[in-house]
Design a protein around this ligand. Structure first.
Ligand code: NAD
Length: 248
């Protein structure tokens, strides 16, 4: 899993899974650029990792265009695109609010799609794209309808992208994590007590009886983007402690 000589872009690389993956890819020899929305957080994460950080809100296609130009100042071409930026906003069917719908679809689906679309001209032959989806894409967990729909839509786009980009020898795969210990849940604004009982219930449902760690997901991604995975495209990998086989 040597990534020497490969150039990687990771959206949402200042936190959680994106940050852990940036560290892992760098450890394996890749040159990495991370992106994020907040100047403070992206600068401190980039300093900690010793990589370049670029500010870009992926819900704006204009911002993605500007991100691509800024990446090109450092990398003429790229080999790895990890489309990781995403949010989770819980909401019950019957009470779905349009702003929450637009926000989740705008970042998790539209933002991911246009990140891929806009970076394609920079992708080298033999390159690898990973869409960070979720086990929710294929599940029916309460309060996750729009989040789940955004990830299912992303997986559908990713599959077709794998077909259409195979001719350029670009591999495209989805990764579906189960629950992972990251700040994504605290960003929902749920009260702490509710968050704790949600976390306990979730952990109980995972056959391996723990949340994943960001490094668990980073390990899979480091493999998928490496040349050792050169025959893998159009795949969807669950990495979830077994929760997909124990949905209730
Ligand atoms: P996180 O909150 O730690 O990281 C999310 C990252 O996305 C942050 O860097 C944030 O700045 C970035 N981001 C959010 N909105 C953005 C926007 N508009 N423009 C640019 N960047 C934006 O959470 P995480 O758990 O590491 O999430 C990473 C991905 O993993 C997300 O796509 C999430 O849906 C997915 N995921 C997480 C879990 C989990 O349990 N943590 C499970 C399945 C899938």
């Amino acid at each position: 899993m040597n990534l020497e000589g490969k150039k990687a872009v990771i959206t949402g690389g200042n936190s959680g899974i994106g940050f852990a993956t940036a560290a892992r890819l760098k450890e394996r020899g890749a040159e990495v650029i991370i992106t994020g929305r907040s100047e403070d957080r992206i600068n401190s994460a980039a300093n900690e990792l010793g990589v370049k950080g670029v500010i870009a809100d992926v819900s704006s296609v204009e911002a993605i265009d500007s991100l691509v130009s800024q990446v090109q100042e450092t990398f003429e071409k790229i080999d790895i695109l990890f489309v990781n930026a995403g949010i989770f906003a819980p909401g019950e069917v019957g009470n779905i609010l349009e702003p929450e719908f637009d926000k989740q679809m705008g970042i998790n689906f539209k933002g991911a799609v246009f990140t891929i679309e806009k970076f394609l001209p920079l992708m080298n032959e033999g390159g690898s794209i990973i869409s960070l989806s979720s086990v929710n894409a294929n599940a029916g967990m309460s309060n996750t309808s729009i989040y789940s729909a955004s990830k299912a839509a992303l997986n559908a786009y990713t599959r077709v992208a794998a077909t259409e980009l195979a001719g350029r020898k670009i591999r495209v795969n989805s990764v579906n994590p189960g629950p992972v210990s990251t700040p994504i849940f605290s960003k929902t604004g749920m009260p702490e007590e509710q968050l704790n009982s949600f976390a306990e219930a979730m952990q109980e449902r995972v056959p391996l009886k723990r949340f994943g760690e960001p490094g668990d997901i980073a390990n899979l991604i480091a493999f998928l983007v490496s040349d050792e995975a050169s025959f893998i495209t159009g795949a969807e990998y669950n990495i979830d402690g077994g929760i997909n086989i124990n949905p209730l």
